[in-house]
Design a protein around this ligand. Structure first.
Ligand SMILES: Nc1ncnc2c1ncn2[C@@H]1O[C@H](COP(=O)(O)OP(=O)(O)OP(=O)(O)O)[C@@H](O)[C@H]1O
Ligand SMILES: [Mg+2]
Length: 295
């Protein structure tokens, strides 16, 4: 089997057309008078670059002057690890905010080494939260309630979803204005796209009418490999303009930076990887519609 066995419609091209936000127009004067744009990074496939993209897109947008909040919705807690924290050592995490009415955002939010980049961390407790939330009223809206309370403090909030389509990801999608899908260009990754797009569609129809597909970004991209190039062409054919022009190429620097507890923008500021995320951040900003909350 090869990537060409998958038809464009089979990949979910129709769903993507219906969900895509369009290329957007910048606001006339660039001044923000509205709540943060909330973007979920989602893909149920594991290890495709969701967390790496959350950290480095966040760092690149912060470098460009935006106030950014990163939200970890993954019990693995990798977002905090990648920014130098030990999740198991944290007293308060997003678990407390999701399940305890008296918990305070300011007691949980953490600063990072990057100016204007803050973090709402998670750890393994979040796995228990998923089970406890099931019994709550409006369980899909728990994260949205947290995000709405602080959205005027930030320009953009990025939610790192876990590799599943369960309640934590649904909470991420319900709290978001848009979804960015990090996609590794290989055959099996492609096969999950239509299920992911169906889930986004379902959340939009039932829980969050303002949800759009912001775009699809190719990660761990190796342009020297024929298979990768073929899959990328198929992705462009299926999803058209929803695919970002910037690709995030494969480089070992991305594995090294989180070990140092840093974004690639501070760990290797002059590297191609850092530049790729700067270019991606510029593209993400340029696509932002002028009135994201209008629905
Ligand atoms: N562009 C890249 N080049 C090389 N390695 C990368 C790249 N992006 C991410 N990685 C590495 O691949 C691994 C998986 O990345 P990451 O944790 O961001 O994926 P994820 O989708 O968040 O995974 P999970 O589904 O487990 O949450 C990590 O070790 C990361 O350092
Ligand atoms: Mg992750």
């Amino acid at each position: 089997m090869s990537a060409s066995d998958l038809t464009v419609e089979g990949l979910g091209a129709g769903a993507a057309r219906a969900l895509w936000q369009g290329s957007g127009e910048p606001s006339a004067d660039g001044v923000r008078r509205r709540p943060a744009r909330v973007t979920a990074l989602a893909n149920q496939k594991g290890g495709v670059g969701k967390t790496t993209t959350a950290i480095n897109l966040g760092a690149a947008l912060a470098e460009a002057g935006e106030r950014i909040l990163l939200v970890d919705m993954d019990p693995q807690g990798s977002l905090g690890v990648g920014l130098g924290y030990e999740p198991h050592a944290l007293d308060a995490t997003i678990y407390n905010l999701l399940l305890q009415d008296h918990a305070s955002f300011d007691d949980v939010v953490l600063d990072t080494d990057v100016t204007n980049l803050q973090l709402l961390p998670a750890n393994i407790d979040l796995a228990a939260a998923e089970l406890l939330l099931v019994q709550e009223v409006a369980r899909e809206h728990a994260l949205q309630r947290i995000v709405d309370r602080v959205s005027y403090r930030y320009d953009r909030i990025l939610i790192d979803c876990p590799p599943s389509l369960g309640l934590l990801t649904v909470n991420g999608l319900t709290a978001a204005d848009g979804v960015i899908v990090p996609l590794e260009c290989e055959y099996f990754a492609l096969r999950g796209m239509s299920l992911l797009l169906k889930t986004i569609e379902r959340v939009r129809d039932r829980l969050n009418p303002r949800l759009v597909l912001e775009g699809i970004v190719a990660t761990m991209f190796d342009p020297r490999t024929l298979h990768v190039r073929e899959v990328f062409e198929r992705v462009q054919e299926a999803f058209g303009e929803a695919v970002y022009a910037t690709t995030i190429n494969k480089t070992i620097r991305f594995a090294e930076a989180p070990v140092a507890g840093e974004s690639i923008l501070t760990y290797a500021p002059g590297s191609r990887g850092a530049d790729a995320y700067r270019a991606f951040a510029a593209e993400v900003s340029a696509r932002e519609p002028s009135s994201p909350r209008a629905s």
